[in-house]
Design a protein around this ligand. Structure first.
Ligand code: GDP
Ligand code: MN
Length: 392
């Protein structure tokens, strides 16, 4: 789960990380008041959307009066902001953040991620702040320094110093940076984060180290331990189909293709996406209905799949281990009737009660293209949308 910059900064500040003073606002008047209450000569007004690249897209502005703050907020609010991370439709700005301006001398990059290979949290730092780290990694990988954090010992002082020196920090900044890293690491562990990204981390003209931007993502599987963090979810920032899927406890990820896929088991779902691509088409989604899905859940999954206008055919690929094929079939039939299915439906199922399941499909009167195995199913669904590219 992602949260807004201002929320991330509030959380990081609670852990002692240095962030500028600021206030969110949801209308122009509030933005002006926020400027006044900061009591600083200059502030930065920042669009709050779950996407980066706001600076280049005109979503961040330095202002020096309350009227300027409210004017710029008025321009941003209620309209979509298009950045290179939002897609062409952009994201509607519903809130802005007004923050005391910092005098920036240097922009650095600082990140913390879960390094699955090393089985620990890794700190990533670079002198190339303000740029996307993926770009730095591609062009100048030698400018990125990584330190794995031992989960038992924690972040060592020697590691903080090594990173500080790699960033060119000096004197009191080294100690400040060490304290900042400790705050971030504690925040990471205690909130069950999956990512913290401070881009840029800045050195101000008076020599302090400050988090100028903050991105914080949490591990969804640990959110049950943090009801207060769950409250920060902003459904406006999420794909409505994904929000609907979450209600039914379905793992659904929207993709760009046009073959709707309904599968049980993450591994089988991945394999299904692969085989659809292999036969020349693109999956519209990843969808794992889970092992013990009942027919309501299957019907919900089916509705969500078809709510995507781009879907031109549906492929159901189920292995009935714990899941029963007849339950699945009933769910598909119910949903197909409810949504008045108009696109071709290919079903491949195998496993427990498969004969019963096939009978339900047959008796339903719904046009189902039955497939004998996975390759056959993929071939048929690709044929159904009129793409034909023989697999080599
Ligand atoms: P992003 O573009 O969405 O990643 O938004 P950021 O929060 O990173 O802001 C973009 C850029 O605006 C930063 O890289 C800075 O160069 C600039 N910026 C943001 N806040 C300040 C500030 O307080 N003072 C100065 N001088 N520049 C700022
Ligand atoms: Mn940034």
């Amino acid at each position: 789960m992602n949260i807004h910059e201002f929320q991330a900064k509030q959380i990081l500040a609670r852990f002692g990380a240095p962030v500028p003073q600021g206030q969110p606002a949801s209308n122009a008047a509030e933005a002006g008041q926020a400027f006044a209450s900061l009591g600083a000569p200059r502030a930065v007004v920042k669009a709050q959307i779950h996407a980066g690249g706001r600076g280049k897209a005109g979503g961040v502005k330095l202002v020096s009066s309350a009227s300027e703050a409210s004017e710029f907020a008025g321009k941003l609010l209620g309209k979509p902001l298009v950045t290179h991370q939002t897609g062409p439709q952009g994201r509607v700005v519903r809130r802005v953040y007004i923050e005391q301006a910092s005098e920036v001398a240097r922009e650095l990059y600082l990140g913390m991620v879960v390094d699955r290979k090393a089985e620990c949290v890794a700190v990533i730092a670079s002198t190339e702040g303000g740029m996307e780290i993926e770009e730095v990694a591609a062009k100048t990988p030698d400018k990125i320094v990584t330190e794995p954090v031992d989960p038992v010992i924690g972040l060592g002082g020697f590691q903080s110093r090594k990173l500080a020196f790699a960033l060119g920090l000096r004197d009191k900044q080294v100690g400040q940076f060490g304290a900042l890293l400790n705050s971030l690491y504690r925040a990471f562990i205690e909130t069950d984060a999956s990512l913290i990204e401070i881009n840029p981390l800045v050195v101000t003209k008076d020599g302090s180290v400050v988090c100028l931007d903050a991105k914080l993502s949490f591990d969804d599987n640990a959110l049950f331990r943090h009801p207060e963090l769950r409250e920060l979810r902003d459904s406006n920032e999420e794909d409505p189909a994904e929000t609907e899927a979450a209600k039914f406890d379905l793992s659904y990820v929207h993709l760009d293709g046009n073959i709707g896929c309904m599968v049980n088991g993450a591994g089988l779902a991945m394999a299904t996406m692969d085989i659809v691509k292999y036969y020349g088409a693109e999956p519209a989604n990843f969808l794992d209905v889970g092992g013990g899905a009942n027919s309501q859940k299957v019907a919900a999954a089916f509705r969500i799949l078809l709510s995507d206008e781009r879907v031109r055919a549906v492929l159901v690929n189920i292995f009935g281990g714990i899941m029963l094929c007849d339950v699945l079939a009933q769910g598909v039939v119910d949903a197909a009737r409810e949504v008045k299915l108009e696109v071709p439906l290919v079903v491949r199922m195998e496993g427990t009660n498969v004969e019963k399941g096939k009978q339900i499909l047959k008796d339903s009167g719904i046009k189902v293209i039955a497939a004998s195995d996975m390759a056959d199913a993929a071939r048929r669904v690709v044929e159904a949308i009129g793409v034909s590219r023989p697999a080599s």
